[in-house]
Write a protein that binds this ligand. Structure first.
Ligand SMILES: Cc1ncc(C[n+]2csc(CCOP(=O)(O)OP(=O)(O)O)c2C)c(N)n1
Ligand SMILES: [Mg+2]
Length: 357
């Protein structure tokens, strides 16, 4: 006989469309208009900070930087749905999540100037370190979720991975493990359509990335990642369900800028594609919504922009004036102890007067 062994489907969620129209029946009850204003402010802050980091890098005042522009709704929507007792496991692009979690701006700037010292303070915001090796954060996230369950803690783990990261073994292993043990893990796929120069369609023949959840036996949903309300709702629902197991949320968004400051996207993608996504800008639609309700205007906008710029400028000035990097610190944060090989290297550098003390 030939029967059906399994049948599955993946829902798609959009609550606010490109013109700022909202499907009220889907808005979470706790999401007041005041909170949407806060979302808007956070998204704008993230974009302003992003532009500043880019210009600092171009002036030689920051290290390699991975811009978030275009991905604000995915980051702010999910971060604002997290509870203070939840853990956050980033890759390397979730600057907006760091901001919402309350990571001090000075630390953020210090880190992206290339100094590990900026990572101090991660414990306070319940975050793991930035993970540049693609996908390696996922088993860490699953392990952390396992620890939460083992301890009976009222906490979940919200982890982030790119569309490219979903092709890594680490991604599957983490999701599989979390499914088997029903761990309190929320996996946000920040599908920005590109993994450096590799397009989304080269990552998998599957129609959605969210359907990978089906194979792991966990919940999965695809969300308009440029819709901050949809991302908020999906994350909140996943967290509410976390005690019963993991959820995979694919946020469909777009990397409007370069992969990092060492990349030139004009070499591999068309202007038409970028322009088509500009029409779906995650910030523009929230502004249209708020203006339509008389909750926002040009005066508030310029006041907000001025406040954001001066807060960022003040933090940059403070870091550049006060932070004195200790070159020896690069040896100190790799192992819990100093292995001979590093110790010898450090001593050689010191004896050769590699750095002025
Ligand atoms: C294991 C590994 N392979 C390759 C790289 C080089 N690399 C850095 S980011 C990146 C693309 C990641 O794409 P995606 O997961 O979609 O995240 P995005 O950068 O788009 O946010 C690659 C290939 C790396 N850092 N680690
Ligand atoms: Mg990507």
């Amino acid at each position: 006989m030939l029967g059906k062994a399994f049948e599955g489907s993946i829902d798609y969620l959009q609550i606010m469309d490109e013109n700022g129209n909202v499907d009220k029946s889907l808005v979470p009850p706790d999401l007041s208009d005041d909170k949407i204003v806060e979302m808007y402010r956070n998204m704008c802050f993230a974009r302003t900070l992003d532009a500043k980091m880019l210009s600092l890098q171009r002036e030689g005042r920051a290290a390699t930087y991975a811009p978030l522009v275009g991905e604000e709704a995915t980051q702010i929507g999910s971060a604002m749905a997290m509870r203070s007792n939840d853990y956050f496991v980033p890759n390397f692009r979730q600057h907006g999540v760091f901001l919402v979690r309350g990571y001090p701006l000075e630390n953020f700037i210090t880190y992206w100037k290339g100094f590990e010292d900026g990572s101090r303070g991660l414990k306070e915001i319940k975050s793991l370190d930035v993970a540049v090796p693609v996908g390696t954060q996922m088993p860490h996230a699953a392990g952390l979720a396992f620890a939460m369950k083992y301890k009976g803690a009222d906490s979940a783990v919200v982890s982030y991975v790119g569309d490219g990261g979903t092709s890594e073994g680490d991604f599957y292993e983490a999701m599989n493990f979390a499914g088997v043990y029903k761990l309190p893990l929320v996996i946000i796929i920040e599908n920005n359509q590109w993994a450096i120069s590799v397009p989304r369609k080269k990552q998998t023949a599957a129609e959605t990335l969210a359907q990978k959840a089906i194979a792991a036996g966990i919940k999965g949903i695809q969300v308009d990642g440029n819709d901050v309300i949809a991302v908020y709702k999906a994350t909140k629902d996943a967290l509410a369900n976390a005690k019963d197991g993991p959820t995979l949320i694919e946020c469909v968004t777009y990397r409007m800028s370069m992969h990092t400051t060492s990349d030139d996207p004009t070499k591999y993608r068309s202007e038409e594609e970028v322009n088509a996504w500009k029409a779906k800008d995650p910030i523009k639609r929230v502004k249209l919504y708020l203006m339509g309700k008389n909750l926002w205007n040009d005066e508030l906008e310029s006041k907000m922009n001025a406040e954001h710029e001066s807060a960022i400028d003040a933090a940059v000035e403070k870091v550049e004036k006060e932070f004195k990097p200790d070159p020896k610190s690069m040896y100190k944060n790799i192992y819990s102890f100093m292995p001979d090989v590093l110790n010898n290297e450090l001593n050689d550098a010191l004896s050769e007067n590699f750095w002025k003390e």
